[in-house]
Design a binder for this molecule. Sequence first.
Ligand SMILES: O=C(O)C(=O)C[C@]1(C(=O)O)C=C[C@@H](O)C=C1
Length: 284
Amino acid sequence: MNKLATLGPKGTFSESASLKYITENKTSHEIEYFSSIKQVLNAVGDSNDLAVLPIENFSEGFVSIVLDHLINSRLTIVSEILLPIQFSFISNTVDLTKIEELFVQFVAEGQCSEFIDTLGTTHITSTQSNIESLNRLIDKPINSAAIVPSDSFVHSDYNTVVENVNDYKNNQTRFLALSKERIAVDINTHSNWKTSLVVHDDHDRPGLLAEVLTSFASRKVNLTSIISRPTKVEFGQYNFLIDIQGHFADQAVAEAIAEINKVAKVKNMGSYPAAKVYLKTAAG
Ligand SMILES: O=C(O)C(=O)C[C@]1(C(=O)O)C=C[C@@H](O)C=C1
């Protein structure tokens, strides 16, 4: 059976995104859970043919460990999944001034920073996943607290529950399904495609980025995101990760990429159906 690697244990937002991918694409993947994003990235292309990982949060921006791996790997993006993200603060302690330790996942911490600031000098222990935060609290129930997914715990088990502690009520995270193989999908099965590219030039020169953008703008190809990441080879050299609307087989997209290829190195990371907003039902 094909295996899909994701951040575990069961109950993470990454698991929800994986289940959504499997359901929508009618695949029969078995989910394998890893305890860090790095372990998931090591598994895909090795023991697992697919991985589902967070790439971008609504307010915090890109998850750099995933972005950097993607830029440098041979993985292909085959799908994007958008999930609403709601966090709760839970503790057995009623007097919040007595809380000595807060367990919070390293990406979640930024998404809940305003609430965390109100806790004053509480020691923050960074975890690899939101369910690890929950488990660490279960192991150390006295004078500690955790920030966890809102539907991951039983309310009556905790003396203190503060709902929606995320800074933005409409908090969302975008996940990507990454494959070691390109998966052929009929372009006519979807109407709304996205394509991700990495553009890089070893010889920094004036106007390069403007030329790249003009190749898209002159053909009315819409950019949905552009971000630069240091190459980590030489100071001042960057990879540009560019997301555009459209499929690489669209004439305008293909022409723009061909033109950019004449002035810079372009890596096509895949065309995939753009995400639909995930509306969670009462049944989960
Ligand atoms: O810990 C989880 O539940 C995850 O799936 C990880 C993760 C992330 O790293 O971005 C996923 C969604 C939220 O943005 C916070 C945490």
